[in-house]
Design a protein around this ligand. Structure first.
Ligand SMILES: Cc1ncc(COP(=O)(O)O)c(C=O)c1O
Length: 402
């Protein structure tokens, strides 16, 4: 067996090998196996899953559709889920015809499909720095030349992006093909891009002729404030591909997401996603939504996550040393903590785990090096009392280093 493993290693693609050799690759296991308060991963809390409703939905799908529910393509409830996505998009100002939407096996799959449709190896892709590490992994496997735009308290700093794009042109570097952004409650910083920045971003996209991949994984989980329009709602020339997911509002295990975009973009995404989507879970979630399950669950989910966020922010206020600062998200799952520059949060992780808490080191969210002194906390998984204990353990770990 070992010999087989060695043989395949030599046959892997260069981008895959590079990703597997990354120093952060093995770090997952250490965090996942830790016996500590989990403030690391953006997992929904277990009681948020609608187990009873999904059980009913499975029964109803079989009763009403029989074997069709298990056939390639599925039945009426599988199609119903597409309508649900269209109806929910319409409420955000996105008018999506049938050929302007497609389902995917989760947002990450959708991101991968968009990359396959849009990127040639070596194409320039702009990401926020920091950004969602799962997407960074996907971008690497496509051999993209990943460049960054900084994030401030209002999401992507679009003026800084404009400067960087102009500087690239001045020195003859290629313009980007694609820009990836998480405009609402960004992963990992929790920041949100205001409407004027969104408009400016689309002006730049037109000026430099790149496509925009809008990842709104957390858009339904806003706890305060008013939403800004989605980029896709502001998209006048069909260059925005907007991805979403049921992972955070139904369950990650259903592996269901979607892409909204211009008909040509959706046709391209469908072309590169052979095998189609997971039609059985599509039917089950289609039935669940059709029966009103999602709409009635959302207010409770928002209350539960708001409560967790408030406990986290309150615990940070009370326990963290004064040199630490952090973001205050209006939604989503994440708070970004900045410590003094000389603190290395990757090196600090083992001590934090010993003290009883896990987090994700800031460096994981950058394509290259960056922000060793920052870390991401997720308030999605643990209950509020555990969150408080986790922050106490974090403060205990940080204090001697300041
Ligand atoms: C910004 C962002 N996009 C996508 C995902 C993943 O979504 P999915 O489970 O649908 O692949 C996550 C979850 O961790 C995320 O934070």
């Amino acid at each position: 067996m070992d010999d087989d493993a060695a043989a395949i290693e030599g046959l892997l693609t260069a981008p895959v090998r590079a990703t597997m050799e990354e120093s952060t690759y093995g770090a997952w296991r250490r965090i996942a196996d830790a016996d500590a308060v989990g403030l690391s991963f953006g997992f929904p809390f277990p009681d948020s899953f609608p187990q009873a409703e999904l059980t009913d939905a499975v029964a109803a799908v079989f009763e009403e559709e029989g074997p069709q529910a298990l056939q390639y393509g599925g039945g009426a409830y599988a199609n119903r889920l597409t309508e649900v996505v269209q109806e929910r998009a319409a409420r955000r100002g996105i008018d999506a015809d049938d050929d302007e939407v497609t389902l995917a096996n989760g947002a990450t799959h959708a991101i991968d499909s968009v990359c396959r449709a849009v990127l040639d190896p070596g194409d320039v892709l702009v990401v926020e720095a920091p950004t969602f590490m799962g997407a960074l992994g996907v971008f690497r496997t496509h051999g993209a030349d990943v460049v960054t735009a900084p994030v401030d308290d209002d999401g992507m700093d679009v003026d800084a992006l404009a400067d960087r794009l102009a500087a690239r042109r001045d020195r003859g570097a290629p313009d980007p093909t694609l820009l990836y952004t998480i405009p609402n409650f960004q992963n990992p910083t929790g920041t949100t891009m205001p409407a004027d920045r969104r408009r400016r971003l689309l002006e730049l996209a037109a000026e430099y002729d790149f496509a925009v991949l809008e990842d709104d994984a957390y858009g339904d989980l806003r706890y305060d404030g008013d939403p800004a329009p989605p980029l896709r709602a502001l998209d006048e020339d069909g260059r925005v591909l907007r991805v979403g997911t049921f992972s955070k509002t139904v369950a990650p295990g259903v592996r269901l997401g979607w892409v909204l975009g211009d008909a040509a973009a959706i046709r391209a995404v469908d072309t590169v996603a052979p095998g189609g989507t997971n039609t059985f879970t599509r039917s089950v979630v289609g039935r669940y939504c059709d029966a009103g399950g999602l709409e009635s669950a959302l207010p409770d989910l928002r209350d539960a996550y708001r409560n967790r966020r408030d406990r986290l922010l309150d615990a940070l206020d009370r326990h963290m040393p004064p040199d630490a600062i952090w973001t205050e998200p209006e939604g989503g799952f994440f708070v970004w903590v900045e410590l003094p520059e000389d603190v290395d949060t990757t090196a600090m992780l083992d001590d934090a785990i010993d003290a009883g808490v896990t987090y994700l080191p800031g460096a994981m969210f950058y394509p290259d090096d960056g922000s060793e002194h920052c870390l991401r906390l997720s308030f999605s998984y643990e209950d509020p009392d555990a969150i408080e204990r986790g922050v106490e353990a974090l403060a205990e770990t940080v204090r001697p280093r300041l």
